[in-house]
Design a protein. Structure first.
Length: 284
């Protein structure tokens, strides 16, 4: 019979509950993720050579009474096999560890430092096809960052690069919005725009800025053809001047209605899928 933690005052539980706050995520060098779909993506990432060594599960908190399928038990077993500590807890305790109403019986913690990549470690996903990296300039909202990470993963981008100061992509809201893509695509955080520009040029990227003031609409411009770094600006301020100076071309999305602007995750999603459409026209 497993020892089951039933007290929310247990030191391990107290420390794990603190992970809802950024300062404690940084101090503990870990974040929490729950839900079977997200954790299944973590398991897939562990087995993916492209993410090899980046995903380190630390603890797997689970409550068998909350398991809704055999998948939950299998995921716990796979997390343990990957190095996680198995920690059986009561339903009440597990519910305090998850900010979701339905955590589906499992919440795991993962190391942060191994998931963050150096710029020079970003690998070409495909040797034969045009490449995409997505650059996020000082994004403020975790939901936007998480959604953009998920979309970048969906279109086959090589990486998502965040320019500091940027939102914490390991915040619970961001992790939920990625739906597990945080475990599928390299994440880079940088401060040096000159270094980013040198790296991009060495990789053969054209820097394409998304700017409302751009002359060409994305439909009129050839800018998305080929390998590009798509740069998306801060929700309120757009692209900072240092980035405006490195862009090779800028595009905007046309609007017919009265909205002042599009949400950055919506605009970024449209632009990423337009890049995929023009470079992979036979995909269905």
């Amino acid at each position: 019979m497993k020892d089951i933690i039933t007290s929310t005052s247990n030191p391990r539980i107290v420390e794990a509950r603190k992970l809802s706050q950024k300062k404690h995520r940084m101090q503990q060098n870990r974040f929490a993720a729950g839900g079977l779909q997200i954790l299944e993506m973590a398991i897939e990432g562990i087995a993916n050579p492209r993410m090899a060594g980046s995903i380190r599960p630390l603890d797997a908190f689970f409550c068998e009474d909350l398991f809704v399928s055999e998948m939950a038990s299998a995921i716990v077993g796979q997390l343990i096999a990957a190095g996680a500590n198995a920690i059986a807890v009561s339903q009440r305790v597990l519910e305090t560890l998850s900010d979701r109403e339905l955590c589906q019986g499992v919440v795991a913690t993962f190391a942060i430092d191994s998931l963050l990549r150096a710029l020079d470690s970003v690998e070409r996903k495909s040797a034969e096809h045009p490449r995409l990296v997505v650059v996020l300039d000082r994004l403020q909202y975790p939901g936007n960052a998480g959604t953009l990470i998920r979309t970048a993963d969906a279109v086959g981008a090589d990486a998502v690069i965040l320019i500091e100061p940027a939102v914490d992509t390991f915040a619970p809201q961001s992790i939920r919005a990625t739906m597990g893509s945080i475990f599928a695509i390299p994440i880079v955080r940088i401060t040096d725009i000159a270094k980013l520009d040198r790296w991009g040029k060495s990789q053969g990227f054209q820097w394409i800025g998304a700017e409302a003031s751009a002359h060409d609409t994305v439909w009129e411009s050839p800018a998305l053809h080929g390998s590009i770094g798509l740069i998306l600006g801060n929700e309120g301020e757009g692209l900072q001047q240092n980035l405006q100076q490195i862009v090779d071309a800028s595009v905007h999305l046309p609007q017919r209605g009265g909205a002042e602007s599009l949400n950055v995750s919506v605009a970024g999603g449209i632009l990423m899928y337009e890049w995929m459409r023009v470079n992979f026209p036979t995909m269905s």
